[in-house]
Design a protein around this ligand. Structure first.
Ligand code: SF4
Ligand code: SF4
Ligand code: SF4
Ligand code: FES
Length: 948
């Protein structure tokens, strides 16, 4: 259990080689130069009264509560703004100070509702606390004067309220929005008595630029900004430290609880990835865990047209095991397989891949990384030797040039985006390569130095053109290359990249960006100091996804930008545990730690430990499973926490494959889209019920701790274990901790990891073993993991998916802040107030040509299929390119996407689909069919409800 209120040191920590020693209330304190008196005092547990100061924000010095006396100095300076100096003698508690503080407090309280007993913040209010600390007993001015007590509340935001009657205008909220979140959505408007917090230009919070990150709510020392959940449930009585289950940033949170009811999620100040910050999803969108749609009983059915039958766990597991065994007897050992979940813990994933390898007797296991970052795994492993990013997030604070390629951090990785924006406000340069004008191109106090709006599908041409400039303009780091890289491969690459066909001038028309801009970007990257690349699915989800990852690694090696803080090549991973699900051996050709299944020694280690003979042949990838299912030879799948019917491309093909299975087992919180085709439904657990670990985009292993019992009565690894036993394989763990112990035993990068160790150190970045006992924040420091870095030539090969007269536009897809992936979780929260339908963004020129106005219904059609959605005319788009999201099942965005994929990994080419867009007044055929199947699913749910 974690304390509910973490210690607040009043002002941020300072780093300095120079230390100063002073005396505070008779105690000797030594602190780094630049530390405030307030923080120095807090270091020795002397709490100076304060209201406008908090250690998440720079000091402001407005409330005058923290006054101190300094020997030899006149006046009473505020301790939050006064730096500690050598030899100072400070008093924090004197009669004079007490009187001054009481006077200040009287002024605050004379204009305050004084409804403490019924106030939601009662017990968690710094104003209340300070009134007690300064010994306020009376207000000499009375309460009759002009006041703010009738000020109107703003309750527009579903997650928090703003009650101006309680505001003390300390500005902590404004500073939190500026300094921590970087959105600059609120200001203090007016002067003196008229001062008040304003969202936008007299808008309410909901309609303003506010992104509901909650930083202002957390910073507010009064009940002015208060979580709605606190108003509803009251103050928490205990808290548990855990990890967000949404994106790959992996923010640490305190789940604050009242009994087994979550009251709020508060970002944890010591969280290694988030340092006390959060976004709207992790902080507020956790209500899905107890949503009424949640299924908590196992269910089975003979045919997918039958009603579901709620059964006991035992019956469901026996039913599934019998079917799987019968199918294997009839169609062979390799006719079944499974998919592990990047939303589940490492321990849950480990159990599933082990079941498949040891229990099913084949390697037909894959994970959703197949459809997102598998090219990252391949490209970085080939060039550098490790299938993961090179840095920790904090490294960005040392970057001088930040390159964002095919990623939209403010929407998809918001907490890291806030950190990045902080660095940009300090002066780092920014290059963005993206077909769309993402927020980072221009937002308050941040403006990209270069935006390269390349055409979708031309990433490799761009990276080649940039590398060409580096190679031909004398910007190579020859010493670094000669010392750290394979020279023959480098010489081959150099010859290739110097070829004029790779020059910006030769490729500008293909890329759609002027040659001089490409040259400028390359020069900035090559000469601007520490240069760091951050990239997302706009890099990987292409037919040359792996080539592009290799191209970025080449560029970084060529300029010496790998192997120290502030540089690197960093994938922004999508799902919370996608790194972990890959690390745990979820690929059909690799055992845990990315070791080939064909390696006899590696296999032998696992065989000895698991007591079985393992298959040395790689198994099916997800697309192979679907193809084989359509062909009729692959008959059963165990799908853990994925919704392939919505998330995977070419929906019609996926649905045909799922319909052809004799046994589809879906393990999830909800009857998702894939469950429409399932025979067995194993209800899963939310992150609030899980015990285990997640691994974020920076390889950080974070604990996930249960705050309540599993609502369906069984931990997920036990479901898998029971299924294994019913299949005849004796899996026999007693706890998730025991699974981590096995992971550590069999996975060299995790050798020193255990629950006990993580509880002690907080979190750790792998590799964590005897060579790196406290983990590895930065990779490849003394050399590359593979030995010498490997340059690989990256010939640009245009995708087969080309526009033509029938399909003249390119559709590309992405995410939005409020929703997450297929939306299964966020659609069941108030986040849908911000976004409840997928929208097609289209440039005004393309819209006008088609007679489309803002808000019109349009059909979008590719060679694969058609769907209907609403259009939004957007100046973020360039002519010829349209954009949408895939969060809402009814939209069926993946009905449009194609079968094309990355040459090396089969990662689908989601980002390039040739389409036509036209006005329409009806739903597509697929959407009509979809509604029929959903109606059937709902009917069977009703039919399955037990009789009164
Ligand atoms: S919730 Fe976040 S974005 Fe909105 S006003 Fe508060 S700090 Fe700013
Ligand atoms: S809303 Fe809260 S944090 Fe903001 S100025 Fe008012 S009291 Fe301070
Ligand atoms: S940034 Fe990601 S991990 Fe952090 S709170 Fe938001 S969704 Fe959760
Ligand atoms: S806490 Fe120092 S002036 Fe407010």
């Amino acid at each position: 259990m974690t304390v509910i209120k973490e210690k607040d040191f009043g002002t941020p920590e300072r780093q300095s080689d120079v230390m100063v020693t002073l005396k505070i209330d008779g105690q000797t304190v030594t602190v780094p130069e630049g530390t405030s008196i307030m923080r120095a005092a807090a270091d020795v547990d002397i709490a100076i009264p304060k209201l406008c100061a908090t250690d998440m924000l720079e000091s402001f010095g407005s409330c005058r509560m923290c006054l101190v006396e300094v020997e030899g100095q006149r006046g009473t300076p505020s301790s939050c703004t006064l730096p500690a100096a050598e030899g100072m003698v400070v008093s924090t508690q004197t009669e004079r100070l007490a009187k001054l503080r009481r006077g200040v407090m009287e002024l605050y309280i004379s204009d305050h509702p004084l409804d403490c007993l019924t106030c939601a913040a009662n017990g968690d209010c710094e104003l209340q606390d300070m009134a007690g600390v300064v010994g306020l007993r009376d207000v000499r001015y009375g309460y009759e004067g002009e006041s703010h007590l009738d000020a109107v509340k703003d309750e527009s935001n579903p997650y928090f309220t703003y009650d101006p009657s309680k505001c003390i205008v300390c500005s902590r909220c404004v500073r939190a929005c500026d300094e921590v979140q970087g959105t600059f959505a609120i200001t203090i408007a007016g002067r003196g008595f008229e001062s008040r917090v304003n969202a936008g230009i007299n808008e309410d919070f909901f309609d303003s630029e506010c992104v509901s990150c909650g930083a202002c709510v957390q910073a507010c020392p009064t009940a002015t900004l208060t979580e709605t959940a606190i108003v509803d449930h009251g103050q928490p009585d205990h808290s548990v430290l855990t990890t967000c289950a949404y994106c790959g940033v992996g923010c640490s949170f305190k789940a604050e609880m009242k009994g087994d009811q979550v009251v709020r999620m508060v970002p944890y100040k010591d969280g290694g990835a988030n340092h006390g910050h959060s976004c709207v999803k992790g902080r507020f969108a956790w209500g899905y865990a107890t949503h009424k749609d949640r299924i908590t009983s196992p269910m089975i059915r003979d045919k997918i047209t039958d009603p579901w039958r709620e059964v006991s766990w035992e019956e469901a597991i026996d039913f599934a095991a019998d079917r799987l065994k019968t199918i294997q007897q009839k169609y062979g050992r390799k006719s079944i397989g499974g998919i592990t979940s990047s939303r589940c813990t490492n321990e849950e994933v480990w159990a599933v891949q082990k079941l498949i390898r040891a229990g099913f007797g084949n390697n037909n296991v894959d994970t959703c990384a197949r459809v997102c970052h598998s090219p990252t795994g391949y490209g970085l492993k080939q060039t550098l030797g490790t299938s993961a990013g090179t840095q920790n997030f904090d490294s960005v604070m040392e970057a001088d040039v930040i390159v964002v390629i095919g990623a939209n951090p403010t929407d998809a990785h918001p907490v890291f985006a806030s950190q990045m924006k902080r660095r940009l406000r300090q002066g780092a340069k920014l290059i963005i390569a993206d077909p769309r004008q993402i927020d980072l191109v221009r937002s308050p106090h941040v403006e990209a130095d270069l935006h390269l709006p390349l055409l979708p599908g031309t990433n490799v041409a761009l990276i080649n053109a940039m590398s060409h400039v580096i190679a031909t303009e004398g910007l190579l780091d020859e010493d670094y290359i000669r010392e750290r890289c394979e020279i023959d491969a480098y010489e081959d690459w150099l010859q290739f990249i110097k070829d004029p066909q790779n020059s910006p001038e030769a490729l500008a028309a293909t890329i759609g960006v002027p040659a001089e801009d490409i040259r400028a970007a390359a020069r900035l990257y090559g000469t601007g100091g520490n240069a760091a690349i951050y990239y997302g699915l706009g890099v990987t989800e292409h037919s040359q996804g792996s080539t592009m990852v290799i191209g970025m690694a080449n560029l970084a090696m060529a300029t010496g930008n790998i192997g120290r803080v502030g540089v690197g090549v960093n994938p922004l991973r999508g799902q919370n545990n996608v790194q972990g699900s890959c690390d745990m051996g979820s690929f059909p050709h690799e055992l845990p730690d990315y070791r080939p299944v064909s390696d006899d020694d590696v296999r032998g280690t696992f065989e000895n430990h698991w007591g079985v003979t393992l298959d040395g042949e790689p198994g099916f990838r997800i697309p192979n499973m679907f193809n084989e299912a359509v062909a009729g030879g692959f008959k059963a799948m165990y799908v853990q926490g994925e919704d392939v019917a919505q998330s995977d491309p070419d929906t019609q093909h996926v649905e045909a494959a799922l319909k052809n299975l004799d046994c589809l087992i879906v393990q999830d919180l909800f009857l998702n889209e894939t469950a429409r085709f399932a025979h067995v439904f194993f209800p899963g657990t939310s992150f609030l019920e899980k015990d285990g670990t997640f691994i974020n985009a920076e390889r950080r292993i974070n604990r996930v701790r249960p705050v309540m019992e599993p609502k369906q009565g069984k931990e997920e690894w036990r479901i898998t274990q029971d299924l294994a036993q019913a299949m005849g394989y004796p899996m026999s763990y007693h706890s998730a901790a025991e699974i981590m112990d096995e992971i550590a035993t069999l996975t060299p990068s995790f050798a020193n990891v255990s629950f006990g160790f993580l509880d002690e150190v907080g979190s750790v970045q792998w590799p964590c073993n005897d060579d790196a006992p406290l983990g590895t924040p930065t990779m490849h420091i003394d050399g590359f993991v593979r030995g010498k870095g490997l340059f690989i030539t990256t010939e640009f090969v245009p995708t087969q998916e080309q526009t033509n007269r029938k399909f003249p536009l390119i559709m590309t897809t992405g995410r939005i802040l409020a929703q997450y992936n297929v939306g299964a979780q966020t659609r069941r929260t108030a986040n849908s107030d911000w976004m409840h339908e997928d929208i097609l963004e289209i440039h005004a020129h393309d819209a006008e040509l088609r007679g489309i106005r803002d808000g019109d219904w349009v059909s979008i059609k590719s060679r694969k299929g058609e769907t209907t959605l609403r259009a939004q005319i957007s100046d973020r788009m360039q002519p010829g390119v349209v954009y949408t999201t895939f969060h809402i099942p009814e939209t069926g965005t993946n009905v449009i996407t194609t079968e094309l994929s990355d040459w090396a990994t089969d990662c689908p080419e989601y980002k390039v689909t040739a389409v036509q867009v036209a006005l329409t007044n009806h739903k597509s055929e697929w959407q009509e069919d979809y509604h029929d199947t959903i109606d059937i699913l709902r009917q069977v749910q009703v039919a399955a409800e037990p009789a009164e």
